[in-house]
Design a protein around this ligand. Sequence first.
Ligand code: DAT
Ligand code: MG
Length: 149
Amino acid sequence: MASISERTFIAIKPDGVQWGLVGKIITRFEQKGFKLVAMKFMHASEDLLKEHYTDLKDRPFYAGLIKYMRSGPVVVWEGLNVVKTGRVMLGETNPTDSKPGTIRGDFCVQVGRNIIHGSDSVENAETEINLWFTPEELVEYTSCAHQWI
Ligand code: DAT
Ligand code: MG
């Protein structure tokens, strides 16, 4: 059953930071009504990124992807169907296929520079959240929206 405490891992990629899109992207998730659980701004290590994208290690763009991904804020959002909804809000992997109104559809043009990451399944979201955050970094509080959803 869909759970209001489902979580997803969203990372704004370095070009999203450089374009000044951090606030706009976070605003979209806030406006949608998701609960912010954790956030950090960091320079990701090469080891962390290799682990994060381990399923893509045989792809020709893997080395370039790791190099490109070396900084950016990462956040955890919680809410009903947040993984699937988050992916819809991001748009398609290739910005060319992303509809206007989605984050990739509105703010980028190139698949290798698509400004944002979002978990693609509840299972992967859990793995990614555990990879990027310690349990203490996930903040517990009751959102005032909780009783309305
Ligand atoms: P997504 O980020 O939509 O989950 P993915 O997991 O298949 O997409 O790939 C991870 C990232 O790798 C993607 O956001 C951008 C990069 N990437 C994917 N396909 C690529 C390609 N053909 N050329 C360059 N970069 C690519
Ligand atoms: Mg992916």
